[in-house]
Write a protein that binds this ligand. Structure first.
Ligand code: ADP
Length: 468
């Protein structure tokens, strides 16, 4: 790939260089043409000495020269300035032979501020000097004379060809150097990006690219890094989910194994000891019933949980007054709380707060919380249910002053199958799914569920639901 890009650059540079030669030749020709056009329009060429010359210098029409900023001087054969009109660069009335010769020589030189046209009139024996300030000078010309010596032409064309070959050689060298330099600025970041992509392909999702550039490659680098970051996060999440799934299957099989083994065992026992007394049979049947109920409870919980996890399952949201709804649910909980000798307190405002809610699912959350309260806390524990508004949300507090949950367990309490160790015994019949189901239901409502608790500090469940 590297050589391909540098070759491409080499070809491009050669084309650019050749085009620049063509442009230079074109500009040269154009300048020659411009030279001709411009010189024809210059005043010094419109009023040359040859045009103005008269045998009697007093007849010379000096007006157009003077009007165009020029000057006319007449110098006789004794080098005296016998006539002067307009611009005078001689600055004297009489010149020595040396000064006059010097003036003639200087007048032919290029590069000074004035252009001179000097013509001798043999009839009148005087020099006519026409002076104009130089406006612009373009001296671009290509001269070819057929009569020139053939040796000269050979030498000149030889030198010309040598210069041209040298020029082409330099072009080639520059094209190679430039193509290398500019291709590196492309191939280097490309190679780094390619290396990063290969690492990704080989499963190294921590691969990131740092090009230290600010051009389009930097955008590509950011996109690559974002993509790698996403893949890394999603892969980690997938691995985590997979781990959780495995753990869930292990927990289910473990929790189902014991009650079902017990069901099988006691059923077999009932069959073997069918002649045993009714009392014993009754005890065995009690155990079978209890374990069957536990297995079925666990399966129901799992089913509910799986249902809430599935994307196809939708809850039926209705706009309801949560104050009214909560009052109703609390009234339904009253007999249960009283039967179990729990104390209670309800702080529900006498107004309407509307939220979108699936009433069946919301009641399920509150029943799960009440069920836990009664199962894990001693008689006399107090429950306070409060409702209030906070910004755009309705907040329900479900607070008890019971045994609480150790904070290290509480931080994951909404994950499935998380239980406090003591409660993992078969006495409580817990599945570790109740709170995760409640949490999922609230999340499905676009709300949030949190817990504040510690051992012997009681539990406060905070449910936040968006108002409408
Ligand atoms: P489980 O089926 O075990 O009740 P949950 O998800 O409903 O599953 O509860 C998880 C654990 O949280 C329970 O095992 C229990 O130890 C603890 N817990 C839940 N609510 C309370 C509460 N109000 N007071 C004390 N502990 C609680």
């Amino acid at each position: 790939m590297k050589s391909k890009i540098s070759n491409q650059f080499f070809r491009n540079y050669l084309i650019v260089f050749l085009l620049s030669i063509l442009t230079a030749v074109f500009v040269y020709l154009l300048s020659g043409f411009a030279n001709d056009v411009i010189s024809k329009t210059l005043v010094k060429n419109i009023y040359p000495a040859s045009l103005l010359m008269k045998d009697d210098y007093t007849d010379i029409d000096t007006e157009p020269v003077v009007q165009n900023g020029g000057g006319v001087q007449v110098i006789n054969d004794k080098h005296e300035v016998v006539f002067s009109e307009g611009l005078d660069t001689l600055g004297t009335k009489k010149l020595t032979v040396g000064e006059f010769t010097d003036f003639l020589v200087r007048s032919k030189e290029k590069g000074h501020q004035y252009s001179y046209d000097i013509l001798y009139n043999p009839q009148g024996k005087f020099w006519l000097v026409i002076t104009f300030p130089t406006s612009i000078r373009l001296d671009i010309s290509f001269v070819y004379n057929k009569e020139a010596a053939s040796k000269d032409i050979k030498n000149v064309s030889g030198a010309f060809i040598a210069i041209f070959i040298l020029y082409l050689l330099m072009l080639g060298i520059f094209a190679v150097i430039f193509s290398r330099i500019s291709s590196v600025s492309i191939t280097k970041p490309l190679k780094m990006l390619l290396d990063g992509t290969k690492r990704l392909r080989e499963g190294d999702y921590s691969a990131r690219v740092n090009l230290n550039l600010k051009n389009e490659f930097a955008d590509l680098q950011d996109t690559f890094n974002d993509m790698a970051q996403k893949i890394e996060t999603e892969t980690a999440l997938r691995e985590q989910t997979e781990l959780e799934r495995k753990r869930m299957i292990m927990d289910i099989s473990h929790d189902l194994k014991n009650p079902l083994a017990s069901v099988v065992g006691y059923t077999e026992l009932c069959l073997q000891k069918s002649e045993e007394s009714d009392k014993n049979l009754c005890d065995y049947l009690q155990i079978i019933l209890k374990n069957s109920k536990r297995a079925s409870h666990l399966l129901n919980g799992l089913f509910e949980f799986a249902k809430l996890e599935s994307a196809d399952y939708s809850i039926k949201l209705l706009k309801i007054d949560i104050c009214e709804c909560l009052r109703q649910t609390c009234a339904d909980l009253l007999p249960i709380l009283e039967k179990e000798n729990f104390e209670y307190n309800f702080n529900i405002p006498e107004k309407s707060i509307y939220i979108m809610v699936d009433i069946v699912q919301m009641n399920r959350v509150l029943y799960n919380l009440t069920d836990n309260l009664i199962r894990y806390n001693p008689e006399g524990t107090n429950l306070t249910v409060s409702l209030y508004e906070e910004q755009d949300n309705a907040v329900i507090l479900f607070k008890d002053n019971g045994i609480g949950i150790p904070s290290d367990i509480a931080k994951n309490i909404f994950d499935p199958f998380i239980r406090v160790d003591d409660s993992r015994n078969s006495q409580t019949g817990g599945t570790g799914l109740g709170l995760s189901i409640a949490y999922k239901i609230i999340k499905r409502h676009g709300g949030n569920m949190d817990i504040q608790t510690d051992l012997n500090e009681g539990c406060t469940f905070i449910i936040t639901l968006p108002k409408v």
